[in-house]
Ligand binder design. Sequence first.
Ligand code: PBG
Length: 344
Amino acid sequence: MDHRSDALPLISERIDAVTGGLRMRRLRQADWTRRLVRETTLGVDDLIWPIFVREGDGDGEPVPSMPGVFRLSVAGCVEAARQARDLGIPVIALFPYTDPGKRDETGSEALNEGNLVCRASRAIKSAVPEVGILCDVALDPYTSHGHDGVMQGDRILNDESVDMLCRQAVVQAQSGCDIIGPSDMMDGRVACIRGALDSAGLRDTLIMAYSAKYASAFYGPFRDAVGSGVMLRGDKRTYQMDYGNSEEALREAAQDIAEGADMIMVKPGMPYLDIVGRLSRELGVPTFAYQTSGEYSMIMAAAQNGWLDGEKAMLESLGGFKRAGAAGILSYFSPRVAAHLKAR
Ligand code: PBG
């Protein structure tokens, strides 16, 4: 059957009348036109790869709620750093799984220069110095209650926590960490950490502030990976932000910049692209997005069920961050994306 009716000439005339002859689809007609006019592109230089470190030797230990993600030995982290270098990924981010026996009320293991993150940083810096190292500053991998700060009763103490965080930052930077990432959301921590680093002669150490970090359900698999999920008493809503707020994100980020942050971050990522867009446009400071563990696992789970094309969903999700204005993205997909970009 002919799909055209007698009305077709009239339809064409009407379409030209409303579009003024502009046919937007002209630019989408072929791969080459689409590539020619693409406004933003994802590149390997946009990627930060978060990895998990554990005690002991041997193979990576799978994280059950994060398919394809493993807790690595220190030697495994060095191997991952080599992989990052070979793929062109600029930075890796280190997160420790701390044995429950080493956790305590104040997170004192955070200050031990022999802790996992510090050992991994030193090993990576000596073997693969060309890869940048980002380390979280927060106490949750080290506390027996799973909170990012020091607790008294059921309160998280701000200033006492900042005192610990400053010392944690110095120990990490002295171990080879290039970028300190305060992810604790305590007030005034960026200024105090900057001061502590400078006093220790660590003026070149960068600060990427988790400025707009929301209290979120999307951190669940990460907490499994670092072992703080089972520990966590209550929730983090007295320090992480309320997801209803956007103005507050602007104030938090402006404050962190005033305190000396070199870069800012929004976390989680996908449900907060409006915040990424707003902060990057309004503040003009390199703004990063964290595609969290929960976002990663959602895509992986759906892909494993055959409900969506995992490879395409991965690329589209990361492309969305670039379009929103992100300077870069922390993503567990980083090595896979980098390999994909390299193969193209
Ligand atoms: C620790 C920290 C968290 C994440 C990064 N740093 C979890 C939390 O705040 O509870 C989440 C990362 C992810 O979900 O991938 N302060």
